[in-house]
Write a protein that binds this ligand. Structure first.
Ligand code: MLT
Length: 247
């Protein structure tokens, strides 16, 4: 298989025993981790370092007081033991004024887990609708032969918005793979996207993540923002040291 999609976090466990040394993993967490990473880099952040636990973020801050702390638990900015994180996980917070030149240590629920599940891959890219075109162009230009699209999902389940973004990516890149070599998951994602693409916001009625954000007046605008296509022309790569920067 040259192109394949993983839809649910339940599939991450199998990645540990898989040889990914020749594979480029493209991780989507549309609502909102990878959209926020793309926005932060677009607005001049030097790097984003995703960490699994709040305690890891706090440790890093001790050794590097210059970093900003970002992320969410239950969708909202983290406040713990008297420490308020500088940023939540809304891409709208990551303005040039706040992030230019900064390194952001970020801990989110599913996004971080998906990025970390790809450890051992030849390359790990953080993608979203916002930087989909640039990421697809990068894959094409570098003649990447093995691509695994990893959807971060919601909890243990598939997330519709990630599935649709995976389908959009497959639509752009699958031509280069001569069709026959693609996994059935590629066709499933592509068909879902083809059906939804004329009204992506309408499709969000069936997204658990979108419904949660839309119900919160402070976060509802994130949904429309994260569905915008190609507003950030950049490729976000997580290197082996776990740091995400523009390629
Ligand atoms: C996650 O990583 O689970 C998220 O992106 C959740 C969110 O930002 O609401």
């Amino acid at each position: 298989m040259n192109l394949e999609v993983l839809f649910t976090p339940a599939e991450f466990a199998a990645l540990a025993s898989r040889d990914l040394s020749g594979t480029v993993c493209v991780v989507f967490d549309v609502l909102r981790a990878t959209s926020t990473i793309a926005t932060a880099l677009h607005n001049g952040a030097k790097a984003v370092i995703p960490v699994a636990e709040i305690s890891e973020a706090l440790e890093l801050k001790k050794s590097r007081p210059d970093v900003l702390l970002g992320g969410e638990r239950n969708g909202v900015r983290i406040s713990t033991g008297g420490i308020d994180f500088d940023l939540g996980n809304s891409p709208r917070e990551y303005t040039p004024t706040k992030v230019r030149g900064k390194t952001i240590v970020s801990t989110t629920t599913n996004g971080t887990r998906a990025l970390r599940a790809c450890a051992g891959a030849k390359m790990i890219l953080a993608a979203s609708f916002l930087n989909l075109g640039a990421t697809a162009e990068f894959l094409r230009r570098n003649k990447i032969g093995l691509i695994l699209i990893v959807c971060a999902g919601t909890g243990e389940n598939a997330a519709l918005e990630d599935t649709l973004a995976a389908g959009a990516m497959c639509e752009v890149v699958s031509g280069g793979f001569g069709g026959g070599a693609n996994a059935a998951s590629v066709k499933a994602a592509q068909q879902a996207y083809a059906k939804a693409k004329s009204n992506l916001s309408g499709a969000m009625r069936d997204s658990e993540n979108a419904r949660r954000l839309l119900a919160n007046p402070d976060l509802r605008d994130d949904v429309a923002l994260c569905l915008q296509r190609d507003t950030c022309w950049l490729v976000a790569r997580m290197k082996t040291d776990g740091v995400i920067q523009c390629v």
